[in-house]
Design a protein around this ligand. Structure first.
Ligand code: NAD
Length: 261
């Protein structure tokens, strides 16, 4: 199917990486579903993208950790867009604390959004894609923390490692229906999620904010550079649109050399 006839849904698409991925898909000509907790921001993004790229858009209020909201969102996609070809599981938050102090409710929230949320959307997307019988593409926004661990990030590391398992399981179950499943693993990208972490990590590790950036965030890269929104978005477009099943069940680090496969 030509790219311009595809419908892509991105969760957490009202800001940061999700917004950048949606814009890249729209620039390639795809119709885009912008799902986010924040409907006002999602609607603004949908209007902006529709105007800029002349593609169909749909803004949805969706907490990915709420099974009812997810089911209602997919029913709207079926009704308003008629199909779904690509799902990008991107919605996420960050909560940091040492394991000994980690609040259990915070741990559960992290896993509910990153991991259970991705399960719920995967389940709905695979049902639609199976029904359509034209295949599909599932993408998971993992992280360098899908491979590595860092101090104070137990829930995030566990969730992002867990996404790797979900991605592989979906690749196995999706293959008979030509549904592929892959994970993109960015290094640090300067979004709101990361800006918030800089002072938090400085306080927690008792170092300066500049040291957080240079040592904690970029110290393992080969060029001392942040990963950019565009680098992640281009990788998503490549994986989402790669024809056939040669690339399924795979993960791709976009980490400026921090993690090497
Ligand atoms: P961000 O905070 O800039 O944007 C996250 C978006 O997700 C927001 O629009 C927010 O409203 C939405 N969201 C939050 N909880 C939600 C929920 N329960 N349901 C639906 N939407 C929800 O964050 P970002 O940096 O763009 O991160 C996006 C994804 O990329 C996350 O999964 C994050 O773990 C991953 N990631 C980010 C980086 C980075 O350095 N920024 C690196 C690797 C991976």
């Amino acid at each position: 199917m030509s790219i311009s006839r595809k419908v892509a849904m991105v969760t957490g698409a009202a800001a940061g990486l999700g917004k950048a991925i949606t814009e890249r898909f729209a620039k390639a000509g795809m119709a885009c579903v912008i799902a986010d907790l924040d409907l006002a921001k999602a609607s603004d993004v949908a209007a902006q993208i529709q105007q800029q790229y002349a593609v169909e858009t749909l803004a949805l209020a969706m907490d990915v950790s709420d099974p009812i909201a997810v089911a209602q969102g997919f029913a709207s996609i079926q009704e308003k867009m008629g199909r779904l070809d690509i799902l990008v599981n991107n919605a996420g938050i960050q909560i940091i604390a040492p394991i000994v102090d980690f609040d259990f409710a915070a741990w559960q929230k992290m896993l509910a959004i990153h991991l259970s949320g991705s399960f719920l959307t995967t389940q709905e997307a695979m049902r639609m894609m199976k029904q359509q019988a034209t295949g599909g593409s599932l993408l998971y926004i993992g992280s360098v923390h899908s491979y590595e661990a860092s101090l104070e990030k137990s829930a995030y590391v566990a969730a992002k490692h867990g996404l790797m398992g979900l991605m592989r399981a979906a690749a196995k179950e999706g293959a008979p229906f030509h549904i592929k499943s892959n994970l993109v693993a960015p290094g640090f990208v300067r979004t709101a999620l990361v800006e918030k972490q800089i002072p938090e990590q400085a306080r927690a590790l008792n170092i300066t904010e500049a040291e957080v950036v240079q040592r904690v965030m970029l110290g393992h890269t080969l060029d001392g550079q942040f990963t950019t929104l565009e680098e992640v978005a281009d990788t998503c477009l490549f994986l989402a649109c790669f024809e056939g099943l040669a690339l399924t069940g795979q993960s791709l680090p976009v980490t400026h050399g921090w993690h090497m496969q």
